[in-house]
Design a protein around this ligand. Structure first.
Ligand SMILES: Cc1cc2nc3c(=O)[nH]c(=O)nc-3n(C[C@H](O)[C@H](O)[C@H](O)COP(=O)(O)O)c2cc1C
Length: 138
């Protein structure tokens, strides 16, 4: 099975989480800027944060560069301070593009200002890795 892990980050958390995900499934995490449109995969993990309740525009701009014939399934992994905000806009854009998105989304706490200091911590990263391994095996 071909697995890819891509992240976009503003403050570094999504990179750390993506590296934990990638390590769990035995691949390298890469910044979305490194995505090559002709790349095909069975599972693509997209790891990103929430800013003002939304995915970052750079993450949304990746969607037209993903081809439904090349990417079989996306799994979203999301870092936020609330612990509840999903990448709903990214999910909707992927579905509109005709790309299957796993119904389960992993939410990982990430610090912002004085909130959730120290997150993601080692336990968060380990949980992200376990989630990824489970999804890669489905
Ligand atoms: C400008 C900005 C806006 C944010 N807005 C939200 C928000 O609306 N809801 C939330 O839960 N977290 C919010 N956060 C917290 C981030 O989602 C959190 O820090 C996340 O871990 C950032 O991921 P990153 O380090 O990969 O950029 C915001 C962070 C920043 C920097």
């Amino acid at each position: 099975m071909d697995i890819q892990v891509l992240y976009h980050t503003k403050t570094g958390h999504s990179r750390k989480i993506a590296q934990a995900v990638a390590q769990a499934v035995g691949v390298q995490a890469r910044d979305i800027a490194q995505w090559q449109e002709e790349t095909g995969c069975d599972v693509l993990f997209l790891v990103g944060g929430i800013y003002g309740g939304k995915s970052d525009q750079k993450m949304l701009d990746l969607v037209p560069r993903l081809h439904p014939d090349h990417v079989a399934r996306v799994v979203l992994v999301t870092s936020c301070t609330s612990g509840t905000t999903q990448q709903a806009d990214l999910r909707a854009a992927l579905l509109t593009r005709g790309i299957a998105v796993d119904s389960e989304e992993f939410l990982c706490l990430g610090s912002f200002l004085i909130f959730r200091l120290g997150r993601p911590n080692q336990q968060d990263l380990a949980e992200a890795g376990r989630f990824a391994l489970r999804k890669a095996q489905e």
